[in-house]
Write a protein that binds this ligand. Sequence first.
Ligand code: SAM
Length: 262
Amino acid sequence: MWLISLSLPLLPTIIIFVYFRYHVKVASLCRRALAWAQSLMRGRVCVKDVHAFVFTNCTHGKADSVLEMFHRYAETHHTLSVGQLTGDMLDEVIKRTHPLMVLELGTHCGYSTVRMLRLLPPGGRVITVETDSVTADLGEEIIMVAGFKHAQFQVLPCSSAEAISSLHSYLEADQSPSEGIDLVLMDHDPQQYLQDLLLLEREELLCPSGCTVLLIKRTRRDDECREILDYVRKEENCYSIRTEFPQMMEIVYRKDVQRREG
Ligand SMILES: C[S@@+](CC[C@H](N)C(=O)[O-])C[C@H]1O[C@@H](n2cnc3c(N)ncnc32)[C@H](O)[C@@H]1O
């Protein structure tokens, strides 16, 4: 007690010392804590509202009705789903590439998962990853409401890095005819895109004969995907950029062993 009373008068000096000595670190820590709290609040509040709206108003068992309710909700509310325009681009890629094994990073409420699942060829599967467990549960429910079964999809409630590190066991359990992942949709955190791509490469999870990597861009900022694009451009033996839209980029990975050895 006496120690506390003795140190109380020193408190302003200590605060001033800590501020001047560590103000850059403290400010950065505060900014990150604030951004984290905001994103958590936004994610949770939004996902519960959108889930309730879609669940109540759609025709259960009909994927198109589920998508329609997402669109209707987005007319009056801010949502994190990719939405109609990027969704149409996504449809075009799925129809063109016919992927059997899809990895989605960033499930949110399941909009893009439903969009892809409805166009997959027979036997096609989506593994979708969502770091927030409440959001993962709500997203999973919407995907089931859209009429899809667990034989067609799996929601992994963990971070992208954790999911990628354990993905081999899921692919083996799946007995997928594919040589690896045929399509990766990254719509989680642009700061993670490059790290996750490198991890996918290291774990040899990308189908060597061709894997499409889609990067969703949420802002118009040029630097949003710069790190991953710099890397892809540098590794031109394995990667090529197929399309570059403001909302989405399509990258093709191909491990052409002969060309690399030659
Ligand atoms: C923009 S939303 C995804 C929207 C979804 N693709 C759609 O169109 O319906 C991004 C989601 O990624 C999740 N997320 C963020 N960082 C993540 C990470 N490192 N691993 C897995 N999920 C992550 C967030 O919780 C959020 O729900």
